[in-house]
Write a protein that binds this ligand. Sequence first.
Ligand SMILES: Cc1cc2nc3c(=O)[nH]c(=O)nc-3n(C[C@H](O)[C@H](O)[C@H](O)COP(=O)(O)OP(=O)(O)OC[C@H]3O[C@@H](n4cnc5c(N)ncnc54)[C@H](O)[C@@H]3O)c2cc1C
Length: 403
Amino acid sequence: MPEAPKSMLAYDYLLVGGGAAGLSLAYHLAQEPRLANKRVLLIEPEAKNRNDRTWSFWADEPTPFDALAVGEWRKIVFRSPGFAQIFDLGRYRYRTIRGLDFYQFVQQALASLPTQFTVLRDEVLTLENTLGGVRVRTVAGQEFTASYAFDSRPPAIEPRPDTYRYLLQHFVGWEIETTRDVFDPEVVEFMDFRSAQQREARFMYVLPFGPRRALVEYTLFSARVLPKAEYETQLLDYLANNLELIAADYRITAEETGAIPMTDHPLPARVGARIINLGTRAGRAKPSTGYAFRRIQAQSARLAAALAATGQPPADLTGDRWQFRLFDTLLLDIMQRQGEMTRDIFRQLFERNPVARIFRFLDEKTSWTDNLRVMSSVAPGPFMRSIAHVLRGRPGQRKDSAG
Ligand SMILES: Cc1cc2nc3c(=O)[nH]c(=O)nc-3n(C[C@H](O)[C@H](O)[C@H](O)COP(=O)(O)OP(=O)(O)OC[C@H]3O[C@@H](n4cnc5c(N)ncnc54)[C@H](O)[C@@H]3O)c2cc1C
């Protein structure tokens, strides 16, 4: 490896991006005593001092950021026309963490280890593998080298719609405070599919922080984001018709918007020998649901453990199993070509499986037998049609483009 010029500072690990994935990996590295002598540079352009998102997830074990949770629930309810059921989560908990709390918590943890961690407010311009390491150049003109880079910049996907499927989980959510008790603080409205589907998957999602405070979110799995006014109309409709709230009964205290890619487009976990991708960039947003936070923690733990044990990232960077990739592709295919089926598929899943099995399946931890149980709980027609499309290597489009 050519020696780095004197002006280039050399680090062991370079973290590109300090959002969920970059900060999670930094935190896991900080927790690993065997890596205490490593020098880590994290480059992030933003101050991360805004609550730009909340992360919710289910877990049946303690997770590193549980103490930050602003909500924890033991029950969820699933609704679709003619069906509503409250599920006790058993040993699972559903938790919510505010982005800002997470950013501040990890930033403070890193600041307490100044010889190990350097956080730079700058933007990465180029990142390349070199012989035995990586080199990075920033917009401000600084250059650094490191043994490994962990890159969590948002992926630049060039869509290939003839081969892969491209959907979004997109939403607008209002955190509201009401003048009277409206919400059941014990139960998360996980998916409420009772509104018009317009041949897509559209549902309301409600996180009740108390009887008078909740995040109410209109969420879709579909190809295109809507004009903002459309989400707002649906939210207003839900507040008026489902919760019987008129404008004087509530105020909006915060808003959350987002569009998370749901795709089976390959998102490589590695670029060359020394650049490891993280987070959304490494396909950690589950293609069929958009949930990513727990998958990001799992990847961080996996990387930190391997670096500590062997000095290298693991050969298998994600632990993904091909059969779940196939299930994701099939579900994406159905959502893309026959979006109106999605609501029924979720209904069948919730009607015919214990919730723990659904969570384990979505966590990609089910056995072959449980996978068969899950697959046989849903009507086979849409899946058979999608299998045919997938086998032909074509995602296909809706026949009627109006859909
Ligand atoms: C509003 C919203 C709500 C979500 N809610 C949930 C949820 O409830 N549960 C769940 O599991 N998942 C959720 N997700 C999905 C996923 O968990 C998040 O998107 C998560 O933040 C992804 O982590 P990431 O590190 O890949 O991306 P980010 O957190 O976006 O981090 C990427 C970072 O890279 C930085 N960056 C960009 N360009 C450069 C550059 N050139 N140089 C250096 N840094 C750069 C950005 O500033 C950013 O900080 C949500 C996503 C959104 C958008």
